[in-house]
Design a protein around this ligand. Structure first.
Ligand code: ADP
Ligand code: MG
Length: 490
């Protein structure tokens, strides 16, 4: 059959590309995904009001000339191709569509094996000549704002002509304070969307040189949080992991803790399913049509982990913010969510005052459950064991807290969980996640309270020898205790 090759006219395509429904938060997250896919461990985001540029700089693998050329193409990958296991990208569109949703010019400056490469799309130029002409050099006025890439490799993605991001009505520029308000919203979004990655993978992200700290929606370090059993479901041949968390009743949280746990949308709008793909949050904030949101269910948050092979089952969209529940998942998730919602309701109305955990879920009689996780503890204590529940029913809050802490340590110190714990290097201060820090502090305080340690040395020795904190050296431990005001510098 005869065919005619047609060249889509540039202007309408640009309009379409710019309007696929990103907002600033989702666009920035998508650009961060690229840096993570490139193996970056440090990602700097810079928003500059005066110069009107957004820069995302990473220390990832960088790109050589050919890779960069392909990367700048519109639609550079086949979404049906299998991705590397933990890759966050998918359609080969994100770099362009996310950037163009913020502004009209995209400059990419990248370094690979010590050599720099660059390209630049300017949509004003493209619509002017109505052809997809890609600049092989970044315009001078942008280049001077980029700075250098330290190390052998890395990438700077720079977006300017920010008509969308900084625009405000006709030809008006957003005021400085609303600009920084916008950035603080982006910050809140990122500490949430990437919390699991920030907690796990030793990746550091900074926004205008301020570190982004993970915000964990499940309050896993609070002893009153109820952690449901981890369930592995097979949906269309893909293994997904589901676990529900019931957050503590307000009376068990201090005011700042309560406010913090409410998240940036508030308690009610943070209930429901939290869907993660390769530890990156894709979707949250409701029950996806299975149940309505209601005040009494607001303590229930259900974590679902998808592998990226499952994308097509769940119809993850280009922006990675839209998602569909497959029918098969719906049934099973609504059963699990049903239990979580009921438990939330009971605690919300305080029917189990002083013994939340009594609401035991007809869980199994196993004392240990396999976690099914690749990283972290391989075996988890079954907190829903009926005997444990019965025991807790007759305990007061203080003892429940102590028992919970003890169980946490039993779990962390279980021989099967510590087999491959990392070697400890003395002296240098290590990075410890906020979750671990708060566990250390909590444990230290308890040791002092029950007089299991009476001076800083005893306390440090006791902590160092805990299998649970095997990877943490003395210097780091001391620093954590000092920062928490538990011991003074000496
Ligand atoms: N920060 C980065 N570091 C290294 N390579 C990148 C970076 N951003 C984009 N790329 C390259 O550009 C390609 C296209 O990116 P993108 O348009 O977001 O599509 P996708 O992420 O779906 O592959 C990526 O596959 C990758 O090869
Ligand atoms: Mg991408």
């Amino acid at each position: 059959m005869n065919v005619i090759l047609t060249q889509p006219s540039a202007t309408p395509v640009i309009q379409a590309l710019r309007s696929i429904g990103y907002n600033a938060r989702t666009a920035i997250s998508d650009l961060i995904d690229n840096s993570l896919d490139a193996g970056a461990t440090k990602i700097h985001l810079n928003f500059e009001y005066e110069t009107g540029v957004i820069k995302i700089k990473d220390n990832g693998s960088g790109m050589d000339d050919e890779t960069l050329q392909i990367a700048m193409n519109i639609g550079s990958k086949d979404p049906r191709k299998k991705r590397a296991n933990n890759e966050l990208g998918r359609f080969g569109m994100g770099l362009k569509t996310a950037s163009f949703s913020l502004g009209k010019r995209l400059s990419v400056y990248t370094k690979k094996d010590g050599k720099y490469y660059e390209r630049c799309w300017d949509l004003d130029h493209v619509s002017g000549c109505n052809e997809w002409q890609l600049f092989t050099e970044i315009p001078k006025e942008v280049k001077v704002l980029l700075g250098e890439i330290e190390g052998e490799s890395g990438t700077i993605v720079c977006i300017d002509k920010l008509d969308r991001f900084m625009g405000f009505g006709k030809n008006k520029i957003i005021q400085e304070n609303s600009y920084y308000n916008k950035i603080s919203k982006i910050n809140k979004h990122l500490e949430f969307v990437f919390h699991s990655i920030l907690e796990k993978n030793h990746v550091q992200m900074l926004i205008n040189n301020m570190e982004i700290y993970p915000w964990n929606p499940f309050l896993t370090t609070n002893p009153f949080t109820i952690e449901g059993e981890i369930q592995l479901l097979k949906i269309n041949e893909h293994r997904i992991k589901v676990q529900y968390f019931i957050l503590p009743h307000a009376s068990h949280l201090s005011e700042p803790e309560y406010k913090e746990a409410g998240g940036y949308r508030g308690w009610r709008d943070h209930q429901g399913l939290y869907i993660y793909r390769e530890n990156r949050l894709l979707y949250f904030g409701d029950w996806m049509g299975m149940f309505p949101k209601d005040a009494a269910s607001q303590l229930a948050r259900v974590r679902i982990d998808l592998p990226n092979e499952a994308d097509s089952d769940w119809q993850v969209d280009i922006k990675k913010s839209g998602i569909n529940l497959p029918d098969e998942a719906m049934k099973r998730l609504s059963a699990i969510s049903g239990i979580a919602r009921k438990t939330s309701r009971d605690i919300y109305y305080f029917r189990n005052q002083g013994s939340q955990q009594k609401q035991a879920f007809k869980g199994s009689l196993n004392t240990w459950e396999q976690s099914g996780l690749d990283k972290g503890p391989q075996f988890l204590l079954n907190r829903n064991h009926p005997i444990l529940s019965e025991l807790m029913k007759n305990m007061d809050d203080k003892n429940i807290k102590l028992l919970n802490l003890y169980l946490k340590f039993v779990q962390l110190g279980s021989p099967s969980n510590i087999i491959d714990s990392p070697k400890v290097e003395e002296e240098s201060v290590q990075e410890v996640s906020d979750a671990d820090k708060s566990l250390i502090v909590q444990f230290a305080k308890t040791l002092l309270e029950i007089k299991a340690a009476s001076n800083p040395d005893d306390l440090l020795n006791a902590l160092i020898t805990q299998p649970a904190f095997d990877g943490v050296n003395r210097t780091t431990m001391r620093k954590i205790l000092m920062e928490a005001g538990i011991i003074e510098s000496y």
